[in-house]
Every structure is written in structure tokens, then in C-alpha cells.
Design a binder for this molecule. Structure first.
Ligand SMILES: [Mg+2]
Ligand SMILES: [Zn+2]
Length: 197
């Protein structure tokens, strides 16, 4: 069976306006063009997957269960545009968190690629044909380390611009609409053949 391609989308600052450590659905605001932009990617055949660092769990600012209404709210808002998020993967860890289970290093906190690798393994995504959209270079690095192409949503979130071999995005976009356009216009990568996987 052919593997599918995904677009991995960062949440805070990318899909929604960033409110640090927020789990109050009343404060969740999608970017204005999020619905149409994601609808376009979905129509192009991409599975849509959120990938989010949520260190507030490790820092004991909220529980994992407190995130569920946030994901449900985002799904519902997107559904008004005909967009179905396939899945949400999040990292609850932080190396300096006080949480007994999550206050540690992990392989899934971006810039590490664990969230994307897990999603691909569980859901059958071809990472080489997949993309990541994020608003900081740590997102770009996670995407590239997973073997995806990446678009940096340049909306002022990145302030350090630490360079590195994994931190060059394939595209830079000022809006989700432009990010979706970049992905739609990029040359397709052929489906990987089973014996090359
Ligand atoms: Mg972000
Ligand atoms: Zn993690």
C-alpha cells in the first residue's frame, strides 16, 4: 500500500496565535487564513497533523488532559472549513520540568524529530513527500531531521536565527496561505518504492 504524504503543522504561533502555556479555549485564535490554507493542502491530498511542544505539562502548569479541549476546539473550528485534522502529536517533556515523568530530555521535543517519526510509523506517512510548517527554526530542524521539506512561517516568532545544517527551510512564507502555495507549487517527489524504504 502506498504511503501517504502529510503536512505537519506547528500549533503555537503557526496555526493559532501564540498565547504561552494556554489551555483556555476562549483564548485560542486560529490564524485568519488557517481554514482555507489547510483546506487547500487537504484538497492536494495531504494528511494534516499537528505537532506541538507542550512543556507546560513537564512544568506542571497544566495536565495532559487539559489539552484535550484545546485540540477539540481547534478541530471544530477547522471543520467549519471542511478541514479534518488527522491527528495531534504533542511533546509533554521539558528537560527542566518538575514533573516526575516528563521533566526530562526526550526524543520528541522539537527540534528533535520524534513527533514526526512516531506519526509516520503509526500512520504510514512517506516523510520524504511530507512537509512541515512552523514559525521557528526549531520546527524547521525537526522537519528536516525527519526527512521532510519545510516552510518557515516568518511572522516574527523566530528571534535568534541560530543557524545550522538542519535549519535552512525550503521556503519562507509570510502567511499560511503563502505556505500552502509554496507546497502546492513545489516539484513533487516521486513515491518511494517499497524496496528503498
Ligand atoms: Mg510555534
Ligand atoms: Zn518529548
Amino acid at each position: 500500500m502506498a504511503l501517504r504524504a502529510a503536512v505537519f503543522i506547528d500549533k503555537d504561533g503557526t496555526l493559532v496565535h501564540d498565547v504561552p502555556y494556554n489551555v483556555d479555549v476562549a483564548k485560542v485564535r486560529l490564524r485568519e487564513d488557517a481554514g482555507p490554507a489547510l483546506a487547500r493542502l487537504q484538497a492536494a491530498g495531504y494528511a494534516l497533523v499537528l505537532v506541538s511542544n507542550q512543556p507546560g505539562v513537564a512544568k506542571q502548569l497544566f495536565d495532559e488532559a487539559d489539552l484535550e479541549p484545546v485540540w477539540a476546539d481547534i478541530r471544530q473550528r477547522l471543520s467549519r472549513h471542511g478541514v479534518a485534522l488527522e491527528a495531534v502529536y504533542w511533546c509533554p517533556h521539558h528537560p527542566y520540568g518538575g514533573h516526575p515523568r516528563y521533566g526530562s530530555e526526550c526524543d520528541c521535543r522539537k527540534p528533535r524529530p520524534g513527533l514526526l517519526l512516531r506519526a509516520a510509523a503509526e500512520r504510514g506517512f512517506d516523510l520524504a513527500r511530507s512537509w512541515l510548517i512552523g514559525d521557528i527554526l526549531d520546527d524547521v530542524e525537526a522537519g528536516r531531521r525527519a526527512g521532510c521539506r519545510t516552510v518557515l512561517l516568518d511572522v516574527g516568532s523566530e528571534t535568534e536565527w541560530e543557524s545550522g545544517p538542519w535549519r535552512q527551510p525550503d521556503g519562507v512564507a509570510a502567511s499560511l496561505t503563502a505556505a500552502a502555495e509554496h507546497i502546492a507549487a513545489a516539484p513533487p517527489i516521486p513515491e518511494s518504492l517499497p524496496w528503498t524504504r
